[in-house]
Design a protein around this ligand. Structure first.
Ligand SMILES: [Zn+2]
Length: 452
């Protein structure tokens, strides 16, 4: 890294990382191998990797997605990170958000509620064994690890099946939750690895329940709002600390401003990241990770791409190093990305990607509004005499024209991502953006046809 881009001689936080969520718009192998260099240049030294269906799973190869990486690519990526002294923390879900596993026919019997593909039932005989196999697969390909993230967030249906209900009645939800995780913790301890889980399931726990947990695992505390401590109050963090918890901060540099947005809200991301860095310093947390969600869950469309978020990605490093947001944000970003490009780290596509994403998002917002306005105009209930056929015809025509405009904007978005994300996923993204718009416009045009 070039110290000219940072104010402090030494970083404000010991571990400064981002989360690479590979379950949506995963980078091409070539792009994946460039990322550790970019992160190191931005002052980051930690990488939380959620491989999901991009991992070359061995025990259950059917969990690999269409563009899963080869073992060779994963090895090269991990070696690259190791050479740059980047602490890699793999993330394997162990309780909730197991959509990629529980939607497979062979694992359906492990669902907590039949048909609900996200949560695992901790009482089924094979549940923990399957998770353990996934963890072992990951360990086999990674160099020796210090940390392993087991997820365990948003287990919404915990304690729902008859056996789990019986156990909750006997010893409580915290006990049920911990009894599932503890053998996994112990397995990791035996390898000299410290487990981490997300904090949301344990926020209401008592200090004694928390003490049992934090003896065994770190807590990664997350909230992605501009003021993260509105919904996750300081008192909760203090309770975690009072129980003896080793805490991590989790902000978001992308993927937290709505499941279908095309670009992040930079002001919200900066406020969120700097609030967490300050809190992490104050509480002497282990480190801070800026998450980069690529889908809200496996079963929804991808949100904004990594390439349109390169500004907040590199700023996450700057903020975690200096402890605050630079005064001239856009000046710093543009100088830093230029510097990276000159060093051979491709970033010059960022401006085009961001512009394409902004235009696409603005177009989608406009056309949905336009469709709504046309319906309002056509549905002057009880005031038929005020219907203006000329205006209706004009607006219907404008809507049709605007739909064509969207195709061009999508092509622009796809063009500037080419080579960075596999074609398969670029097509899926385009469909996810155009599909709902086309359907809405078609329905609105049909509904207003006779009136106009
Ligand atoms: Zn159950």
């Amino acid at each position: 890294m070039d110290k000219r881009f940072f104010d402090r001689e030494k970083p404000a936080l010991p571990l400064r990382g981002i989360h690479l969520d590979l379950k949506g718009l995963p980078p091409t192998p070539k792009r994946l191998l460039q990322l550790p260099l970019l992160l190191a240049e931005a002052g980051l030294n930690c990488l939380l990797v959620e491989w999901e269906d991009t991992f070359p799973w061995q025990r259950y190869p059917f969990l690999r997605g269409k563009t899963a990486y080869s073992r060779k690519t994963v090895e090269l990526f991990l070696r690259q990170a190791q050479d740059l002294q980047i602490e890699v923390i793999p993330l394997v879900q162990s309780f909730g958000h197991l959509e990629n596993v529980l939607s497979r026919k062979v694992f359906r019997n492990l669902q907590e509620i039949s048909g609900c593909v996200s949560d695992l039932c901790p009482c089924r005989a094979r549940s923990r064994e399957v998770i353990l196999h996934l963890v072992q697969d990951i360990l086999a390909l990674h160099p020796p690890l210090k940390y392993f993230h087991l997820g365990a967030d948003e287990v919404g249906s915990l304690g729902s099946c008859s056996e789990c209900r019986r156990r909750v009645a006997a010893s409580g939800k915290a006990d049920l939750y911990l009894e599932h995780l503890e053998p996994l913790f112990q397995f990791l301890h035996q390898q000299g690895i410290r487990p981490i889980i997300w904090d949301d399931m344990v926020r209401s726990w008592s200090v004694s329940e928390l003490s049992r947990l934090v003896r065994q695992a770190d807590l990664m505390c997350w909230n992605y709002a501009a003021d993260p401590f509105h919904r996750l109050p300081h008192e909760t963090l203090e309770k975690f600390a009072a129980a003896g918890g080793r805490l991590w901060a989790a902000s978001a540099f992308k993927g937290a401003d709505g499941p279908y947005v095309d670009h992040a809200s930079i002001q919200v991301r900066l406020a969120n990241m700097s609030a967490w860095v300050q809190q992490a310093r104050k509480m002497k947390m282990v480190g801070a990770i800026a998450t980069g969600w690529s889908r809200y869950n496996t079963f929804v469309s991808p949100c904004e791409s990594l390439e349109v978020s390169l500004d907040t990605l590199v700023l996450s490093g700057k903020i975690a190093w200096d402890g605050y947001v630079p005064e001239d944000v856009s000046g710093w970003v543009s100088a830093f990305l230029n510097h990276c490009q000159k060093k051979g780290l491709p970033t010059s596509h960022f401006a085009a990607c961001r512009q394409a994403a902004e235009k696409l998002q603005s177009w989608r917002e406009t056309i949905f509004q336009q469709s709504q306005n046309l319906l309002h105009l056509a549905c002057l209930n009880g005031e038929v005499e005020r219907l203006n056929p000329f205006s209706l015809r004009q607006q219907r025509q404008a809507l049709k024209e605007n739909l064509k405009q969207g195709e061009k904007l999508l092509q622009d978005w796809v063009r500037c991502h080419r080579g960075l994300v596999p074609e398969h996923w670029l097509k899926k993204y385009a469909l996810s953006r155009m599909g709902p718009v086309r359907r809405t416009v078609t329905l609105v045009l049909q509904a207003t046809e006779k009136i106009g």
